[in-house]
Structure formats: C-alpha cells, structure tokens
Design a protein around this ligand. Structure first.
Ligand code: PLP
Length: 348
C-alpha cells in the first residue's frame, strides 16, 4: 500500500509551490474592479502576449470563463454547437441554458474531436422560424474523451468555415498548453483563428485559482461587464494572479513530464488482467480505462482503491479517469499501478 495518498482525481488538486506562496505574500495589489491591480494587469498582459491577442481577462474559474464568452457571443434563444462529452455541456451546471439562455446543439464525435462535416450538419437553416446557430465551442484537450488533441489544421478549418457561415468559434482551452506540448507547437499559432479562448491556470499549470479569457480588445471589454454581472468582479485579486503569473511562465515547460507519466500509467494498466485501455491513444495527462471485466463497478473499484490511498474519478459505471500532474511523480505512478494490481488480485 502507498504510504501517502496518491491523488489522481484531477490536475486541479495541485497545491501552490513555495515560490507561488512567496509571490502571493509579496504581490503588489489594487482594486481590480477599478482595473488598478498591477499584478492582475501584468497577468492579463502576459496572457494576451503569449496568445498573440490584444487583450485578456482574469476570471475566477474556467466555468465562468466559458460562460462569460458564451454570453458575449450569443443572445437567448440561439444555439451553441458543442460535443456530447464536453465540459460546457456536462459539467457547468447547464449554465449555457440556465444563465445564457442558449440551447446546446450536441454532436457526438469520436475521441471528442468534431469535424467540420459533423458541425455543418447541425447548423440551423437561416429561416425566420428557426432558432439560429450563434457559436461553435471546441474543447482542446478534450477532458472526458481522455485528453485528446485537435490537429491544428482541423481547428483552423472549423474556424474558417464557421466564420464563412457567420458563426463565432470559442475554444474551451482549459488544457490548451497540454495540447501545445503534445503537438510541439505554440498556443498563439494554434488558436489564432478563434474568436475567444478560455484557459485554466489552476490545472496542470499549477496555480491555486483562476482562468484567463483572451480575445480582441472590444470582446474583452464586453466580457469585463459580463464577468461583473456574474459576480466575478474581484478586488485585490493580485494575490492569486501572482501565482497565476508563475504558473503561466513555468507551468507549460514541465507538462511533458505529466504526459510521460500518463503514458507510463496507461502502459502498465494495459498489462493488468481485467483492465482495458489502448495506451497509444493517451496523448496528454488524462488516462481513461475500462474496468468492466474486473466485475467491479466504478464506484466499488474506486472505494476499494481509496482505502489503499489511491484516488481516481468515475467516468461512468465502467470507466475510470486518472490524471497526472505536478504533485505526482513517476514513482507515485508505479505505486498506484501496483496498488491496483494487488487490489484486483484479491478480487479476480
Ligand atoms: C476544468 C475544466 C473547465 C473549467 O473548470 P473550473 O473548475 O470551472 O475551473 C472547463 N473546461 C474543461 C475542459 C475543463 O477540464
């Protein structure tokens, strides 16, 4: 049994580093609703620069970032095309309907990666008696499809064609730096055609709190008002932006390690009888595997594993998700796999 808890539930569980804690303690701050927090301003400028955009906005969470962008791009009664396993559709409290008043128009895509043909099929006809498609939202990497990555060319094609049809395109880029690491490309080039991008500082990049929206100056000004409407106007937020700045500078460089550890986890899991996973499909830091043949439900599998100090989350009754991050190393991954192997031995 592992001696400390190996927490593979999510890359959100990472704790701020001592360097972040110091920067937070020493952060220069002001009132960000007056746009006078110098640390928040620096974070926003740096994010805009990294993405090659005019402006950026610090938001408390990825969910608020996505919702803010959806409100900015749409009117109530319009439709948003998104993927069936997507975060905005399944894990954001139906905010796109409850708050933005939009209807999700869902496409089920293999590995969560939508093609233009699939999107085109569900665009509403331009008829006065039909609700209109206002937005397409892509998720890269795709969380619940197992951290899968959109080819850059495909993202560009979808943006170009959607724009030709008068439809805006948003990127839920919660883990866009993981995608960039996998592809060996820069985020500015990858995301240059999107109308808006949301990315998380609080996942693999390691910050305790926060996400950033990037886009044009006019778009970000609109988002600033919407963020305030949603209750996301923050005051001396430089305290958390200080950690975000470090996450942004240092986080992306080490994601490669998380990907190696996820690859190792997948390979070792594939060797365990009763577990089904194709390691070749693991591109980034998310590992989803099928445990149906173990005879255990996801809930029982995870409960038993938690007693042995290894944590994951259920995807459904038969699938488990584990995520590597900066607070687990190669040895922890090996220990986690051995713990699973031992546990199943006493079961099969
Ligand atoms: C985590 C995540 C978000 C935002 O999550 P918050 O918990 O609200 O910060 C959005 N999209 C995807 C794909 C995510 O994984």
């Amino acid at each position: 049994m592992a001696d400390k808890i190996i927490d593979l539930r999510s890359d959100t569980v990472t704790k701020p580093s001592p360097e972040m804690r110091r920067a937070m303690a020493e952060a220069e701050v002001g009132d960000d609703v007056f746009m006078e927090d110098p640390t928040v301003n620096r974070l926003q400028e740096r994010a805009a620069q990294l993405f090659g955009r005019e402006a950026a906005l610090f938001v408390p969470s990825g969910s608020m970032g996505n919702l803010t962008c959806i409100i900015a791009h749409t009117r109530p009664g319009q439709e948003v095309i998104c993927e069936g396993k997507g975060h905005i559709y399944n894990y954001e409290m139906a905010a796109m309907s409850a708050v933005a008043g939009t209807l999700p128009r869902v496409v089920s895509a293999e590995d969560g990666i939508m093609t233009w043909e699939q999107i085109a099929r569900v665009i509403r006809p331009k008829v006065y008696s039909r609700s209109q498609t206002a937005l397409v939202s892509l998720e890269n990497t795709h969380n619940m499809a197992g951290g899968t990555v959109y080819p850059t060319q495909l993202m560009h094609e979808i943006c170009d064609r959607a724009h030709d049809a008068g439809i805006a395109v948003h990127l839920d880029g919660a883990r866009i730096f993981n995608a960039a690491t996998y592809l060996g490309e820069g985020v500015a080039e990858m995301t240059k055609k999107f109308d808006s991008i949301q990315f998380c500082l609080s996942k693999g990049l390691g910050a305790p709190v926060g996400s950033v929206i990037v886009g044009s100056k006019a778009f970000i000004e609109r988002c600033r008002s919407i963020r305030k409407m949603l209750g996301g106007g923050m005051r001396q937020a430089g305290v958390i932006a200080a950690a975000g700045l470090i996450a942004l500078e240092k986080g992306p460089k080490r994601l490669r390690i998380d990907h190696e550890n996820a690859g190792l986890l997948a390979e070792r899991l594939a060797e365990i009888p009763g577990i089904r996973i194709n390691p070749a499909k693991v591109q980034t830091n998310i590992v989803i595997y099928d445990i149906q043949q173990t005879g255990l439900s996801s809930a029982d599998f995870l409960a038993e594993l938690a007693r042995r100090k290894v944590l994951g989350v259920p995807v459904d009754a038969e699938k488990i998700r584990m995520v590597t991050h900066l607070d687990v190393d190669r040895k922890n991954v090996e220990e986690a796999v051995e713990t699973i192997r031992e546990m199943l031995k006493s079961h099969l």
